[in-house]
Design a protein around this ligand. Structure first.
Ligand SMILES: Cc1cc2nc3c(=O)[nH]c(=O)nc-3n(C[C@H](O)[C@H](O)[C@H](O)COP(=O)(O)O)c2cc1C
Length: 178
């Protein structure tokens, strides 16, 4: 099982959570970590290169901070640019069929706020439905997501635990999703 983690954070230098997650994966070494904003600072995504990366891996995890209940803009651009007809869908577009797609998301909002009775009304599973729909459309298997909430109150030891859990998630997402 070859695992690709696509990190989409517009300002990793100022990041605490996503940077820590990414470093943990890099320490681990067996996962390909692809930092989108570093690879494409001007936003010009090389679709052929991205497609080739996807073809070389079996499980793809999109890692990002939740921005306005969605992905940071370069990841949306990545979907639009990379998931082309004839590659991801349509005639001959079977290249991602059977691959696994997961998500790792950090949020400022608390876990309780991401519930029907909470301030954000919707659960993270619900807010990630577009990614789930995308996975279904390209005949990939959608994995349950990994998340960390209330990031401004996460202690150092909680962050370390989250790093450990994240590493477990990318290896065994069905067991370590939360
Ligand atoms: C433009 C922008 C939009 C954001 N939108 C949300 C949001 O919709 N829900 C939320 O819980 N947090 C939101 N946040 C907070 C980020 O998700 C939070 O800062 C991030 O997950 C922290 O991760 P980091 O330490 O890796 O930067 C937003 C932050 C920014 C800058």
């Amino acid at each position: 099982m070859k695992i690709l983690v696509i990190v989409a954070h517009p300002d990793l230098a100022s990041s605490r959570i996503n940077k820590a997650w990414m470093r943990e994966l890099q320490r681990h070494g067996r996962v390909t970590v692809h930092d989108l904003y570093q690879a494409y600072p001007s936003g010009n995504i090389d679709a052929a290169h991205e497609q080739s990366l996807l073809e070389q891996h079996d499980r793809i995890v999109f890692q990002f901070p939740l921005y306005w209940y969605s992905t940071p803009p370069l990841l949306k651009e990545w979907f639009d640019t990379v998931l082309q007809a004839g590659f991801a869908y349509g005639p001959g577009g079977d290249k991602l069929q059977g691959k696994e797609i997961g998500a790792a998301v950090s949020t400022y909002g608390t876990a309780a706020s991401y519930s029907p009775a909470g301030a954000n009304r919707f659960t993270i599973d619900e807010l990630l439905r577009p990614l789930e729909a995308l996975a279904r459309y390209i005949n990939a298997d959608y994995l349950p997501p990994f998340s960390l909430h209330d990031v401004s109150n996460v202690t150092e030891s909680q962050l370390e635990q989250s790093q450990t859990n994240y590493l477990r998630y990318v290896d065994a997402p069905h067991i370590y999703a939360n």
